[in-house]
Design a protein around this ligand. Structure first.
Ligand SMILES: O=C(O)CC1=CCC(=O)O1
Length: 94
């Protein structure tokens, strides 16, 4: 199942800089592991915002929830999930 996910990041300004750097580094490693596995096939920065648009390819809602809630930056994010279905005019879908 494909999901479009928007992540808006809002790290508190008073967060310890070392904690911030460690959390962002762990977020990158977590994301790149899932990208290599094919579970997180796309991630795009939204221009001018500390936000991204991502595509997740997972088995079901529960898997997506587990992955998103495991993000190191999860406590500092607002996440919007949109489930995707095949468009009838998509030539790639046959
Ligand atoms: O910077 C972001 O958009 C948050 C994020 C998600 C995965 C990652 O590496 O950073």
């Amino acid at each position: 199942m494909l999901f479009h996910v928007r992540m808006d990041v809002d790290i508190p300004r008073d967060l310890d800089p070392e904690v911030r750097a460690d959390t962002v580094a762990r977020e990158k490693a977590y994301s790149q592991d899932l990208q290599r596995a094919g579970t997180w096939p796309h991630i795009w920065r939204i221009v001018g915002e500390y936000s991204n648009y991502s595509i997740f390819d997972v088995t079901d809602n529960d898997e997506l929830h587990a992955l998103l809630s495991g993000l190191p930056l999860f406590p500092y994010m607002t996440i919007t999930v949109t489930p995707l279905a095949t468009h009838p005019s998509d030539i790639a879908a046959g």
